[in-house]
Ligand binder design. Structure first.
Ligand code: DSN
Length: 410
């Protein structure tokens, strides 16, 4: 970073400080990860200089010999990873990917049946504050007391509401979905089936959980969470929807794709195709399960009855008497980064909810395993229990920093 240091010391310093923060702390935000040096090189490559509106072989500007190479390769690798019929790697991130997918197959006012936000769904699955909720008519389903989805109830709701699109997927739900049932319900209701796999894409690619792609008409994802690529999005679909999806992405919703980003996605897909990525994906889940077991021992209330994936949703207010925001702040001071999160039908404000969400993709990239999860659970418990004791939090942070030296990121 010699150029940056010479030219813009303020930005350079911020980058250096962020590097230190990442190196010395334990990252437990379920949607974050560390992209590899090769992914980051591709991201910082000269492809950032290039405009490439259109698709390989049919672009609007000249000079596309090499952009076509990476975009075709990205598509080929994604098809192999997910067993997809058609792939569009141009969505800039997850929210645009969802918007593009809706736009491709729906008319304004059409009905979408999606998962309620407080039950693990995502903002773009129907939250009133979003642009998509202004355009489409969202109806939501919830999880039951046991944390599972009642598919008979969902089928009844779909039969009654007759949505044009049924949406599966989540950003804070921790159990395995029944893809066959979703697909059968959508078929029966004559709805298009869509799933947002942003959180679990890496677990699917690494074959640590089953692959929903064959069961759904449209699949959206991000590439930077468990998949460990650059920040970005992607849409996969059945051939039947290919033209509509491509047209909705460009020129419908976006202009020139970010080719540096696509080059980096290509590298990440290449990494995910390697055998060691399978081990990585399995370890993410093993680590989450150890955290679940340990935190339960400390009396934390784990939502949805536990986890089948990479994350846990914890009711800290119900189990420890501190709010999600207070827990997030205390954990931050102790060097453990998490995010506050609403729990199902949370009675508290989303800005200061009852829960926190924690995840294991990033710590697993640092090669932390079961043994380390036991230590992390102990620190989480201490930081939450001593959330008002600044000195204790500082002491934990010192231990965390020391511990992190044994698990270099790069
Ligand atoms: N912000 C992402 C997450 O944390 O799950 C989803 O948009």
């Amino acid at each position: 970073m010699n150029y940056l240091k010479k030219q813009d010391l303020k930005v350079y310093q911020a980058v250096k400080n962020e590097e230190k923060r990442q190196r010395e702390g334990i990252e437990l935000i379920a949607s974050e990860n560390y992209a590899s040096p090769a992914v980051r090189e591709a991201l910082g490559s000269v492809f950032t200089n290039k405009y490439s509106e259109g698709y390989p072989g049919r672009r609007y500007y000249g000079g596309q010999e090499y952009t076509d190479v990476v975009e075709k390769l990205a598509i080929e690798r994604a098809k192999k990873l997910f067993d997809a019929e058609h792939v569009n790697v141009q969505p800039l991130s997850g929210a645009p990917a969802n918007m593009i997918a809706y736009n491709a197959v729906l008319e304004p006012g059409d009905k979408i049946l999606g998962m309620n936000l407080s039950h693990g769904g995502h903002l773009t699955h129907g939250h009133p504050a979003t642009f998509s909720a202004e355009i489409y008519n969202f109806v939501s389903y919830k999880t039951e007391k046991d944390g599972k989805i009642d598919y008979a109830k969902l089928e009844k709701l779909a039969t009654k509401e007759k949505p044009k699109l049924i949406l599966a997927g989540f950003s804070a739900y921790t159990r395995q979905l029944n893809y066959r049932k979703f697909s059968a319900i959508a078929k029966k209701a004559k709805s298009i089936s869509m799933i947002d796999i942003a959180h679990i894409a890496g677990l699917i690619a690494g074959k640590a959980v089953s692959n929903p792609v064959p069961y759904f008409d449209i699949v959206t994802t991000t590439t930077h969470k468990t998949l460990r690529g650059p920040r970005g999005g992607m849409i996969m679909c059945k051939e039947k929807y290919a033209k509509a999806i491509d047209k909705a992405a460009f020129p419908g919703f976006q202009g020139g794709p970010h080719m540096n980003n696509i080059a980096a996605k290509t590298v990440a897909f290449g990494e995910a195709l390697r055998p060691d990525f399978k081990k990585y994906a399995m370890q993410i889940i093993k680590n989450a399960k150890v955290l679940e077991k340990e935190l339960k021992k400390y009396g934390f209330k784990i939502m949805f009855g536990g986890t089948d994936n990479h994350m846990l949703l914890i009711d800290v207010f119900g189990s420890k008497g501190i709010t999600g925001k207070e827990a997030e702040v205390a954990l931050d001071k102790a060097g453990l980064t998490v995010n506050k999160n609403v729990i199902p039908d949370d009675s508290r404000n989303p800005m200061d909810p009852s829960g926190i969400r924690i995840g294991t993709p990033a710590v697993t990239t640092r090669r932390m395993k079961e043994k380390e999860m036991v230590i992390i659970a102990d620190w989480i418990n201490q930081a939450v229990e001593k959330s008002k004791n600044e000195k204790e939090l500082k002491n934990i942070k010192k231990e965390v920093t020391r511990f992190c030296r044994n698990f270099p990121i790069y």
